[in-house]
Structure formats: C-alpha cells, structure tokens
Design a protein around this ligand. Sequence first.
Ligand code: SAH
Length: 345
Amino acid sequence: MFSSKVDLKNFSQEKLECFLGEMGEKKFRSVQIMSWIYQKGASSFSEMSNLSLELRQKLEALCEWTVLTERERQWGTDGTQKFLFELKDGKAIESVLMPSPDRVTICISTQAGCRMGCHFCLTAKLGLLRNLSMAEIVGQILEIQKKTLMRVTNVVMMGMGEPFDNYDAVVEAVRILRSPQAFHMSQRKITVSTVGLVPEILRFGKEMDVNLAISLNAPNDELRAKLMPITRKYTLADLLEACRKIPLKPTRKITFEYVMLSGVNDSLAHAQELVEKVRDIKCKINLIPWNEFAAAGEFKRPTSTAIEAFHQYLNDHRVLATIRYSRGRDISAACGQLIPKMINH
Ligand code: SAH
C-alpha cells in the first residue's frame, strides 16, 4: 500500500487522520500522535506509550522521522543562542533563540539560502540551496526546546530564506503552530516576514491571521530596486496596494521593516517620503539599524543620532515606529547575518 517511507512530521492533522484511516486506525490516534510530537517532544514512536505496541511497530516500519542535527551552538553576551543545524542531505541552516524575562522568541529559517538577492543581506550571498519542508521549519523549534528546556512563546520567520518563496510549507508550519493539538500558539505570537511577494501576500492575508511583516527598506522604487532586486518584479505601489487589501482585525497592524543604511535611506527626506507612502495604511514601522558583516561592500550602519532623528520624524508625523536593535550581533545572529558554515553546499 505504501511504496516509500513517509514522514509524519510533514503531515497536517487532516493528512495524518487520512493516513491512519488507511491503516484502519481511529481518527483520535492523530491527536495522540500530534501531542507526542509537538507537546511532549517525542524523538521516536517507541516513546508513544498510549499507542498499542502493534501500531507503534507499524508506524516504525512505514515512517521515517525528520531530524535536525545540532552541529554548533554559539552564545551571545545578551543571552541569544545561535544554532547551526545539519539537515538530512547535509545542507545547513541557522536558527536564533532570544530569551527575555517575559518571552522566549525564536527566529527560524524557511529555506536553506535565499534567492531574493537583497544586497545588504549576508544570507543572500548563498543563493537558494533548497526549500525546507514543514517538518524542518517547525523542527527547529522542537529541537531547540529539547536542547534548552525552554518553552518558546513567540516565533518569527525571519531567519534564512524568503517564507513566501516556500509558500505551502510555510502555511502548513503556521497551521501546526496554531493548532490546539500541536503548539497551540496565539496568532499574535507568530510573525511571517516577507521581501514583498505580492500574490502570496494577498493569498496569505486571506488564509492566515498571524502577523505579517514586510521588508520595505526604501520609500521609492528607484532606491528600493538598488537594494532589493524584487522591486523590479513588484513595484512599491503594487506592494502597498496589496497591504491595503489585507483584511485586518481592528486591533491589528501590518509591520513594515526598514533596514537603516547610512547615507543610503536614512535621511529626513527619506523619512518624509516614507510617511507619505504609508500614511493611509494601518501599520507600524520597525527601524532596523543595519547589522554589519565582512565584505558588505559600501554599506554602513547609521549613527545613533541619524537613527533617532529618523525615528522622531516618523513619530512626529503620526507614523508609529520603533527602533529594533537586533540581538546577538556579537555572534552574527542578528537580522541579515545568517550564513551557516559550509557542510555540504
Ligand atoms: N526574506 C524575509 C525574511 C528574512 S530577512 C524578508 O525579507 O523579510 C529579515 C529582515 O532582516 C528583513 O526585514 C531584512 O530586510 C532584514 N535584514 C537583512 N539583512 C540585514 C542586515 N544586514 N541588517 C539588518 N537587517 C537586515
């Protein structure tokens, strides 16, 4: 009946129910299995003690088990931990854990590498190696919880890769994060960040209710195209029009990320242009001072004075903005600094 081994960790609950149904098992077994995988962090079927021995053996024979192997971990002085994982095919990804007193946030990758080519981002230098499966996306959380004994409360998909370039796996991963049988996380605790793929933004806005962050990074097409090649495919006008169409609940806002690059996009004239562009959108702006990496070419991080003046200008013009000082800069774990050491690229 089943030709090759399947990975249950890549199954949505409905798929798991179908799979078990085909084996002649009751539907509620799927709830038990999901709970073992996502809530109890089981590493094998043999631990699933409320399943019959016969079912466990059958599953063992039919299924494989996605594993992420921790190859390296670095600790930042601010408590950030960066994990380097090896995937089954030898490819490598990184994930970052950021504990604080009131929350534990994890930044996860959705692709090995990335093909969006943003010039200020180190991950882009890799190009796209491959998409991650749903099991590899949520597996980063499971593995880090197991290793650190911390319970992750907030998830941001802002690690390596462009989430909407791997749309289906990302949506399945969000469903698992939201599912009461799995991570059971609130929509407010999950953020997906995109470079700005317009069709996927529109689709996601209809299908999902989690936070959406969009990397704007410049207030006009000319400048944005110099930083982000995707601008040639989707103009700022298209992107902002898509944002206006997203059905948002009264209390929710879209987040715009704005990486601040000294002498490039950080003047008050840029701030003014930005205000005009986003004025009629329910949004908040996260200003991210650019994080350095070797061989970054012409880019520089702005001075605190420039960052604060930009911030002040936005707030004075009633555009809600926050400066996000990235964590983990000392271990290259900050935004745009993820590039795993070569394993098998
Ligand atoms: N591909 C997605 C998610 C990954 S990047 C996206 O583009 O949104 C996450 C955020 O980090 C983006 O807003 C990106 O613009 C920002 N970023 C990339 N490189 C950076 C760097 N070197 N310093 C600061 N922010 C950076």
